[in-house]
Design a protein around this ligand. Structure first.
Ligand SMILES: *[C@@H]1O[C@H](CO)[C@@H](O)[C@H](O)[C@H]1NC(C)=O
Ligand SMILES: *[C@@H]1O[C@H](CO)[C@@H](O)[C@H](O)[C@H]1NC(C)=O
Ligand SMILES: *[C@@H]1O[C@H](CO)[C@@H](O)[C@H](O)[C@H]1NC(C)=O
Ligand SMILES: *[C@@H]1O[C@H](CO)[C@@H](O)[C@H](O)[C@H]1NC(C)=O
Ligand SMILES: *[C@@H]1O[C@H](CO)[C@@H](O)[C@H](O)[C@H]1NC(C)=O
Length: 328
């Protein structure tokens, strides 16, 4: 009996010491290696006793209002900082100046309204910045300047109206930009001058009304463009000639019936395009030249239109077409 108790005691002791928190792990948080998880804790402020060795810090789903509660100088090892779902209203300029190792910064679901110039100036290793579901109405000139290695910038569900190069300034390595569900109704004609390496651009669920000749100028590497659920009625001839490597184009749920019914070769230049979504555009007929130049398209979705006539040869311009959805 004594032996059994001894072994039970020993095993509990062993389990405890294997999974014990490092002694400087904050009381209500959990720590594993250098990961510190203080999520879902009702914190109003960032706890001051976060260990200095933390490389990954999760503060998601608390009630933190200010990012300046702690002296960030002590947390220079951070590679990942997750602050989603708090009440943060602003990020003072360069507050994270010591976080030069930071790769991932997430601030989704906060109350940010403005991003000031040079806010992220020192985050030279940052690769992902998420600012989804805030109330951002304004990105000041140079808001993202200094993010020299950024890959992915997520701004969905905010209140942005304009895309311009002055706030895109410095995003030279950006690959993915997502600004769906905003109020974008204007794209400056030289907007993309500083982010020529974009691969993925999501502008769906905005208020764009037209695609001008230079709306997508300088995006020669773009592979996926989502423009679905805007208000686009007009596309200038050759507007897509700037996108020779585009593989997926989503124009569903706009109003471009006119473009498909009357215009000639408006999609010319999209020679690499493989998938083309045009559903929900009130298209009634398809002009013989509507799809001129779409040599590589294998999938074309024309569903949820009201197509009653298709001119002869309209689809002979799309030689590789395998899958056309005309009616559903
Ligand atoms: C957020 O935290 C609260 C406790 O503060 C918890 O009850 C809730 O489940 C958490 N929500 C999520 C999505 O983690
Ligand atoms: C689309 O345009 C119509 C008028 O042209 C306007 O009434 C409507 O609010 C616009 N919708 C969006 C989402 O901008
Ligand atoms: C294109 O947009 C439609 C309409 O919102 C959506 O249902 C579909 O999933 C989108 N497809 C792609 C590939 O983005
Ligand atoms: C079309 O697709 C093929 C195979 O994916 C690719 O090799 C080619 O470069 C593409 N573009 C054109 C213009 O044929
Ligand atoms: C197609 O036309 C019919 C009859 O005019 C109309 O009832 C229907 O709503 C239209 N569908 C679309 C997707 O526009």
């Amino acid at each position: 009996m004594v032996g059994v108790c001894f072994w039970v005691f020993n095993i509990i002791f062993m389990i405890n010491s294997c999974f014990a928190k490092p002694k400087d792990c904050p009381e209500v948080c959990s720590c594993l290696g250098t990961y510190v998880d203080c999520g879902s804790n009702k914190f109003n402020t960032i706890p001051s006793n976060i260990p200095k060795w933390a490389t990954h810090l999760n503060l998601q789903n608390n009630s933190i209002k200010k990012i300046t509660d702690v002296n960030w100088k002590h947390f220079s090892e951070l590679k990942e900082l997750i602050l989603n779902k708090n009440n943060i209203v602003s990020i003072p300029k360069d507050v994270l100046q010591y976080q030069t190792q930071l790769k991932i910064l997430e601030l989704n679901r906060n109350k940010l309204k403005v991003i000031d110039a040079l806010t992220f100036k020192s985050l030279q290793h940052l690769s992902t910045l998420k600012l989804k579901r805030n109330q951002i109405t304004e990105l000041k000139d140079g808001a993202f300047y200094g993010l020299t290695r950024i890959d992915k910038l997520i701004l969905d569900f905010n209140h942005l109206k304009v895309i311009s190069k002055i706030w895109l300034y410095g995003l030279e390595s950006l690959k993915e930009l997502s600004i769906s569900h905003n109020y974008i109704n204007h794209i400056d004609l030289d907007a993309w001058e500083f982010c020529r390496t974009l691969f993925i651009l999501d502008l769906s669920f905005n208020s764009l009304e037209s695609v001008e000749a230079d709306t997508f100028k300088n995006l020669g590497f773009l592979q996926k463009l989502s423009l679905n659920n805007n208000n686009i009625t007009y596309i200038k001839d050759d507007a897509f000639a700037h996108l020779p490597r585009l593989k997926v184009l989503n124009l569903s749920n706009n109003k471009i019936w006119w473009t498909v019914e009357d215009a000639n070769g408006v999609f010319q230049g999209l020679s690499d395009l493989v998938k083309f979504h045009l559903s929900g555009n009130k298209i009634k007929s398809i002009n013989a030249d509507a799809f001129v130049g779409l040599k590589n398209v294998t999938y074309l979705n024309l569903g949820n239109n009201n197509i009653t006539s298709i001119q002869n040869n309209a689809f002979s311009e799309v030689p590789l077409l395998k899958n056309t959805n005309l009616y559903s």
